[in-house]
Design a protein around this ligand. Structure first.
Ligand code: CP
Ligand code: NVA
Length: 308
């Protein structure tokens, strides 16, 4: 049994195997309707709990559909509707849930909820986003990059905007998959030093640059995300917008990257805040492939967790 808690906590050879298995499973489904089962049904007889303490469209639907395509069953639970949201400990919740289900995916606020769940569950636990990281998203992003452009190893990724949870998982992936990353954003919103050091320790070149145009020079991939995440205080909205406006990804900024540079955004996007519609809907954007690839990447993650 394997948990999938974060990219830096998963061995590089396992991450590679997950990406390759996702690509194979995606290819095998070509031409099928979304609801049609896969040829293999490795989750037959398995029950998967999807727990959400924050809103979700992609994570919720892609996990649910992915489990069903592999022959399993799901239950989608809101943290607020569970006793978890009313004082039952995470440890007790984990032990109880493990008596009913074969796999738990949780989206939560504090990372400690995820780690405690994993410590006390006797079934695998998957991180569906915390305030600090979003590993399933970046597995989908690596899959997306590689299906468009080949190996991501040695490429230059530029993150323009808030050094948030999605950026953190990109830094983990830089270290584990061997690509370089330049962060462009204001100093107050820098990514966590610990993650920068993790990637550098693995041999990746990680640069922190205040000038977005300089940052994107030579980029193979430009990425951004919302300026106000679900865990950020709404009262900080105006300040964040003012700080981050110079880092908006627009056609002018993209013109400083390599001509074939891809654009990614995990979505949901705030059109014409962090990225213009022109870039989102432009020829270099692969945002909807990214969204689709959540499904394929997570199916491979669940197989890895269950060893099936
Ligand atoms: N990208 C992502 O995780 O989207 P949702 O919040 O809709 O799940
Ligand atoms: N950084 C965003 C990602 C949403 C998928 C958030 O945490 O709200």
């Amino acid at each position: 049994m394997n948990h999938f808690l974060d990219i830096h906590l998963t061995a590089p050879q396992d991450l590679r195997q997950i990406i390759d298995s996702a690509a194979t499973m995606k290819e095998a489904r070509k031409g099928r309707t979304r609801g049609a089962p896969d040829d293999d049904l490795p989750l037959e007889g398995r029950m998967v709990a999807l727990i959400f303490e924050k809103p979700s469209t992609r994570t919720r639907v892609s996990f649910d559909v992915g489990v069903r395509q592999m022959g399993g069953e799901t239950m989608v639970l809101s943290g607020q509707d569970m006793q978890l949201g009313h004082g039952e400990t995470i440890a007790d919740t984990a032990r109880v849930m493990s008596r009913y289900v074969d796999l738990i995916m949780i989206r939560t606020f504090d990372e400690a909820v995820l780690t405690e769940m994993a410590e006390f569950a006797t079934v695998p636990v998957i991180n569906g986003l915390t305030d600090r990281t979003h590993p399933c998203q970046i597995m989908a992003d690596v899959l997306t990059y590689e299906e468009h452009r080949g190996p991501i190893k040695g490429k230059k990724v530029v993150w323009s905007g808030d050094g948030n949870n999605v950026c953190a998982s990109f830094l983990h992936a830089a270290g584990q998959f061997g690509f370089d990353l330049t962060f462009a954003g204001p100093a107050t919103l820098d990514p966590e030093k610990e993650w920068v050091e993790f990637a550098r320790g693995k041999g990746s070149t990680i640069e922190i640059e205040r000038d977005p145009q300089k940052a994107v020079a030579g980029a193979d991939l430009v990425v951004t995300d919302t300026w106000v995440s679900m865990h950020d205080a709404q009262s900080a909205r105006e300040r964040r917008h003012n700080q981050l406006r110079p880092y908006r990804v627009d056609a002018e900024l993209m013109s400083h990257a390599k001509p074939d540079a891809l654009f990614m955004h995990c979505l949901p996007a705030h059109r014409d805040d962090e990225v213009t519609s022109e870039v989102m809907d432009g020829p270099n954007s692969v945002i909807f492939d990214e969204a689709e690839n959540r499904l394929h990447a997570q199916k491979a993650i669940m197989r890895y967790c269950l060893g099936v």
